[in-house]
Design a protein around this ligand. Sequence first.
Ligand SMILES: CCCCCCCCCCCCC/C=C/C(=O)SCCNC(=O)CCNC(=O)[C@H](O)C(C)(C)COP(=O)(O)OP(=O)(O)OC[C@H]1O[C@@H](n2cnc3c(N)ncnc32)[C@H](O)[C@@H]1OP(=O)(O)O
Length: 302
Amino acid sequence: MALAVGMRVLTRALLRPWARGLRVAPGRTGPAAGGGDGMRCFGSPRVLVEPDPAAGVAVVKMRNPPVNSLSLEFLTELLISLEKLENDKTFHGIILTSDCPGIFSAGLDLTEMCGRKPEHYVEYWKAVQETWLRFYLSNLVVIAAINGVSPAGGCLLSLTCDYRVLANNPKYTIGLNETLLGIVAPFWFKDTMVNTIGHRATERALQLGLLFPPAEALRVGVVDQVVPEDQVQSTARSVMAQWLAIPDHARQLTKTLMRKPTADRLLTERDADIQTFVRFICRDSVQKSLHAYLEKLKQKKG
Ligand SMILES: CCCCCCCCCCCCC/C=C/C(=O)SCCNC(=O)CCNC(=O)[C@H](O)C(C)(C)COP(=O)(O)OP(=O)(O)OC[C@H]1O[C@@H](n2cnc3c(N)ncnc32)[C@H](O)[C@@H]1OP(=O)(O)O
């Protein structure tokens, strides 16, 4: 039932004019990540998929420069790639990583949440919910190879994965920093963090909007492993091999057992959550905070 609702939303998204116009990336012969039988890379303008059919693994590279902000179009492309891989029996695991140097993802696209009409906020929030649900409940093994900074929605995306490998670079901070922008992480962002690092650590991290540098991220448990930058992809591949060695049906059922209660809470409160988001984001004070934050980002350069 829940999945059927999800599929309907995704199908609606796929029917939108800009989604229909998505092209398959010009074929480069893969796999770029080693092994395999030369299946072609595919994807869309903002998502490059490098398949390694021999290993049953695909590397999904986010490439929405400059900062992989999670715009409506980008989220839709990510969902399309995920669905394509899930429907192809060749693949059992994906490695989610970034093609933008030094940035995993800057989180939700602030321009989608600023100065728009309420109808736009509804559409955007549905896509954010759908992305979280689909990645969080994916039957595939999903490993995040975090090769850059990963605030807020970027951190959330990595928290939907089964395992996180972070590059050891002090600039690559990770966390749910929403309060620093004058906004609030929704309950399902919070629940995902609680499921990863526990209640007390989440309470502190969320109230203070903490962005953890690698050593601290590892200590608190936001990530599972910190490795030298040039070993992130190879480590993700060896971890993937360990996870794929487990009988798939048993692993999948266990994942569902662990995650379904958290996902169900959003599934049953989905419409209310959209209304809460729209009411909150339309507040003058919130719009002012977001505009000021975006301005600060732009002025940083000058
Ligand atoms: C009772 C109330 C209950 C409430 C219930 C809750 C209701 C729901 C509330 C709403 C919840 C929303 C949840 C939000 C989640 C988010 O993810 S918000 C986004 C948070 N992200 C950030 O804070 C990161 C911001 N960006 C940066 O810190 C830096 O850009 C960077 C990622 C560290 C990269 O730095 P650098 O390489 O130096 O690049 P920049 O020059 O800073 O940026 C380049 C251009 O990109 C633009 N940009 C950056 N981030 C974003 C973004 N997230 N969205 C859109 N655009 C972004 C930046 O402005 C630059 O633009 P130009 O100047 O035009 O080039």
